[in-house]
Design a protein around this ligand. Structure first.
Ligand SMILES: [Zn+2]
Length: 411
């Protein structure tokens, strides 16, 4: 099945480049990018005149189950978040609540042009909770890495969910900074046993904790390229170089880290150390869920540091190509490269606040918002068209989310 996206401005991401070009999709992959492309007589054609065509955004860290408790904690601190969200609300979540939150959260991503999501799901109270989370991700149509985080991790539960094309699995350990080393070792043993990547909160809880956690990984031979380090605010430049040297990646949640008081986001320092670096929404309890907000937060924070030279092109690259590397999917998505999965976003430029988009990259990073997201494809499947999500009854999804949130918050 061919699909021709015709007449748009192609914005590629590695390196960032802008050209007037069609994009031909065949069998779910990008088959060609260039001017005046021809397609077969049965090809579906999408008119992209006046639009920017770019690879879908990659959110490298989000607790997707929290969509229903959005904005319950504005101005919260990290201690306040742990007490209220992890201590009080999370234990009340039943499998239906996990499903409602995860489905709404994944659709919120697609609606906003995020086509790949690393879902850091620390709500695995029972195997039914795990089933609900994975089912919701699959049902949404998004490409996701399901980050399994459990107090009692169970290989048998997870093996059921391996081998799916769009929703793959990672181990999301609590890690040596939050649990006993023996428990953390078990988390990494599970990753090794199932041959899965790891995504772990580390380095965001003070200098001593950051150094101790990294030392644990070094001592146990656990520094490896299939690891993404979430936050990392307190890593020294040496520590970041060590992570980069091992092939590890860094996931930055620029807005929530600052808000919760974790420390200055390491975006520019991680890039300087040579680590693939991606962005994450982290939690919508106290932050925005769209990549435009995250790019702008990262950009502003980096520009506030002296002489970093951080540009809008850097912001776009970490939101796409570098994000894909951070998610462990750098060979599959994140650019307009021929052969990549056709995870694409078409952004309108004919809107107040976006037009005229003289510099398309500047327009994406500094001007556009979710209103501009016209069309979204994942693996060549059109999931949003003409500004509307397809395949889902959004009103019903929101009704379920509201009912779930009422239960959780009233308990
Ligand atoms: Zn997190």
């Amino acid at each position: 099945m061919q699909l021709l996206i015709r007449g748009g401005i192609a914005v590629d991401t590695d390196p960032v480049s802008v050209t007037a070009a069609d994009v031909l999709v065949d069998g779910g992959r990008i088959a060609a990018v260039g001017p005046g492309l021809a397609a077969g007589p049965d090809a579906e054609v999408i008119d992209a005149r006046g639009m920017l065509v770019l690879p879908g955004f990659v959110d490298t860290h989000r607790h997707t189950w929290q969509a229903g408790i959005r904005a319950t904690g504005p101005d919260i601190s990290f201690a306040g978040y742990v007490d209220r969200v992890i201590g009080e609300l999370a234990p009340r979540y039943q499998p239906d609540d996990v499903h409602a939150g995860t489905l709404a959260g994944a659709l919120e991503c697609l609606d906003a042009g995020i086509t790949t999501l690393v879902d850091w799901s620390h709500i695995q109270h029972t195997p039914d909770h795990t089933a609900a989370a994975v089912e919701a991700l699959r049902h949404s149509g998004i490409r996701a890495v399901f980050g399994y985080c459990s107090r009692a991790p169970d290989a048998a539960v997870l093996t059921e969910y391996l081998g799916h094309d769009l929703v793959t699995v990672a181990i999301a350990p609590y890690g040596p900074e939050l649990v006993d080393e023996s428990v953390a070792l078990g988390e990494w043993r599970l990753a090794r046993e199932l041959d899965l990547p790891v995504t772990v909160h580390m380095g965001g809880h003070g200098a001593e904790s950051a150094a101790r956690g990294l030392d644990f990984l070094v001592r146990n031979g656990l520094l490896n390229p299939r690891t993404s380090y979430v936050h990392g605010n307190h890593y020294t430049d040496d520590a970041l170089r060590r992570i980069a040297g091992s092939g590890g990646a860094v996931s930055v949640s620029p807005l929530v880290e600052v808000e919760l008081g974790l420390g200055a986001p390491v975006t520019g320092r991680a890039l300087a150390a040579g680590a693939p670096t991606g962005l994450g929404a982290d939690t919508v309890v106290s932050g925005p869920g769209d990549m435009f907000s995250l790019m702008r937060a990262a950009y502003a924070l980096e520009r506030a540091r002296p002489n970093t030279g951080f540009t809008t092109r850097d912001a776009l690259r970490i939101a796409t190509a570098d994000g894909a590397r951070t998610a462990g999917l750098g060979d599959l998505v994140g650019t307009l490269g021929v052969g990549r999965q056709a995870d694409l976003v078409l952004l309108r430029t004919d809107l107040l606040g976006v037009a005229p988009a003289h510099d398309p990259v500047g327009a994406v990073v500094l001007s556009a918002d979710t209103r501009a997201v016209d069309t979204v494809l994942v693996a060549g499947r059109v999931l949003k068209r003409g500004g509307h999500l397809l395949h889902h009854d959004v009103a019903k999804v929101l009704d379920s989310l509201t009912e779930s949130a009422a239960r959780v918050l009233a308990a």
